[in-house]
Design a protein around this ligand. Structure first.
Ligand SMILES: Nc1ncnc2c1ncn2[C@@H]1O[C@H](COP(=O)(O)OP(=O)(O)OP(=O)(O)O)[C@@H](O)[C@H]1O
Ligand SMILES: [Mg+2]
Ligand SMILES: [Zn+2]
Length: 510
């Protein structure tokens, strides 16, 4: 007797069809499972066996063999419990149902409860692509799956319920997308830029960074408000497109980090890992692979406060992914990649005591200490921080109590407008914002007039700007022009962009 049902596997971001075949023949009683790694096999076998026994089904005294195909892909996780269970009932004739157009995913408890899995969203998307009409999955994964249209999704609580449904005794209700909400962080409960007094130039620089997706570094003395400003960034980030939302939700689905009853993440992520975080937790990986902080910041902000405190290995681990927008995790079963198009924002003091370059307070560090402090930051990582923002100390208590800054909602409006221009500009090139333009694109899109060219040339001579800085200035100038609703990059846009390259010229180079 033989039965075959469909399931879906996941490797990194890629889902693929898995066939679950079950055959049994008279003979010595045994239960073999092939196509899974050893440890997972014995665990899965135990769970399926118990779920069968504990729910009044019969486990025949015969030779049972379960085979997961394709054999050459090493399967991970525990999502195959449910399809193995169903295939077993079909092969032994305890269940008679047409499951040709169905797929099953889910882990079982010993008592037959269907448990939440990670990565349901990309699996359901794949199932629909494969032309599968009905998918049965853990009830707790219903929310994230409900964004996928044109496939019937059945949330399952336990095996008895599923059995009753399949024999037509008691139907399970299909997932109704309307019962789930999209996750949008309400702007009025967020920290607001209006709380930050003064600091107009810093806020302007952050607005530009948010509008164009540029990586930024804030440098300033203790208490100048760097952390305060960074925490308010989410309130001015541009709205996500549906495609971006879907990608972010997929990653959170795979990481098992989606809140229940949420179908789609609509707010850009803002992650702020502590400097004690391990390089592995930043990059992702592990026995059952999970996206790390870099990927959980995809299409959002990765904020590294007190940048020089991060160990060298962590900074090195971030360099390439930040540049490429994807991270590759090596595994025994082959390497897998997760996307990580992030806007990297960092904050630091200018020197160990914090007051180097301060207009009134004296720096108590030894000679050369500020340069050494900056050198703690990996050079190539520093090179990827496009906008340098000097955050001066303001006596904010002296600024009148009534003086409220511009609200985040106002700033966000301009950011959204500027981002919409970029979305139109890049169309379906895969580029989402000015910061991600390739060098070739930068040269063709960011053309300058004669006056701007001359000015830049002069800057290169007097400030000693590196050639690498050139493209960055062009991209920042493009964003400033977008905020200005100007089709062309004008002299004032370039002039402002140059100001955000303070590390290229400042005292650190002395
Ligand atoms: N411009 C400002 N307007 C209102 N409050 C401010 C301003 N700047 C600083 N503050 C107040 O000072 C506190 C300290 O600022 P914050 O922790 O952001 O400084 P920091 O630059 O991150 O310092 P450190 O280098 O020590 O980490 C803030 O929580 C806030 O209460
Ligand atoms: Mg701080
Ligand atoms: Zn100092």
């Amino acid at each position: 007797m033989f039965a075959k049902v469909k399931s879906i596997g996941l490797f990194g971001m890629n889902a693929y069809e898995v066939g679950v075949e079950c055959s049994f023949s008279r003979g010595m009683s045994r239960f073999d499972m092939v196509g899974l790694p050893d440890a997972a096999v014995s665990e899965s076998r135990n769970r399926v066996y118990s779920a069968i026994k504990n729910n009044g089904f019969d486990f025949p005294e015969a030779r049972m063999t379960v085979n997961l195909t394709p054999a050459d892909i090493r399967k991970e996780g525990s999502v195959y419990d449910l399809p193995v269970f169903i295939a077993l009932l079909l092969a032994t004739g305890q269940l008679k149902a047409d499951t040709e157009s169905c797929a099953f995913i889910g882990e079982l408890s010993l008592s037959g409860e269907v448990r939440k899995i990670t990565g349901a969203l990309p699996m359901v998307i794949k199932a629909r692509e494969l032309g599968i009409k009905q998918i049965y999955l853990p009830k707790e994964n219903a929310g994230e799956s409900s964004v996928v249209k044109d496939i019937e999704i059945y949330p399952v609580t336990n095996v008895i319920e599923l059995y009753a449904h399949l024999i037509g005794k008691k139907k399970i209700e299909k997932v109704d997308p309307d019962t789930f909400s999209e996750y949008i962080e309400p702007i009025d409960t967020m920290l607001d830029f209006a709380d930050v007094k003064g600091q107009y130039q810093v806020k302007r620089a952050l607005e530009i960074a948010a509008a164009g997706g540029h990586n930024a570094l804030m440098i300033g003395p203790p208490g100048s408000g760097k952390s305060m400003l960074a925490k308010r960034l989410p309130s001015i980030l541009p709205d996500m497109t549906f495609q971006e939302s879907l990608e972010v939700t997929k990653l959170y689905s795979i990481a098992g980090a989606l809140p229940e009853n949420i179908s789609l993440i609509r707010s850009r992520p803002f992650r702020s890992p502590h400097h004690t975080i391990s390089a592995a937790a930043l990059s992702g990986g592990g026995r059952i692979p999970r996206p790390g902080e870099l990927s959980l910041s995809h299409h959002g902000v990765l904020f590294l406060d007190e940048l020089p405190e991060f160990p060298r290995v962590s900074m090195e681990a971030m360099r390439q992914p930040v540049e490429d927008g994807v991270i590759t995790v090596s595994r025994v079963s082959g390497s897998l990649t997760y996307p990580c198009e992030v806007m990297l924002v960092c904050a630091m003091n200018p020197c160990p005591c914090g007051f180097y370059g301060h207009p009134t307070k004296e720096c108590t560090c030894s000679k050369g200490a500020p340069q050494k402090y900056l050198a703690k930051v990996s050079g190539p990582l520093l090179d990827r921080l496009d906008i340098h923002i000097e955050v001066p100390q303001v006596d904010f208590q002296k600024l009148s109590a009534e003086e409220k800054g511009e609200s985040s909602a106002e700033i966000k409006k301009r950011v959204n407008k500027a981002r919409a221009v970029q979305t139109k500009r890049f169309g379906d090139t895969g580029i989402t914002c000015n910061a991600k333009m390739t060098p070739a694109m930068t040269r063709s899109i960011c053309t300058l007039g004669e006056a701007s060219k001359k000015m830049l040339e002069r800057c290169f001579e007097t400030m000693g700007l590196s050639a690498r800085a050139y493209d960055k200035i062009l991209r920042i100038a493009r964003t400033i022009a977008d905020l200005d609703e100007s089709e062309t990059i004008e002299l004032q846009h370039v002039t402002e962009a140059v100001q955000y390259r303070s590390l290229d010229r400042k005292f650190w180079n002395n």
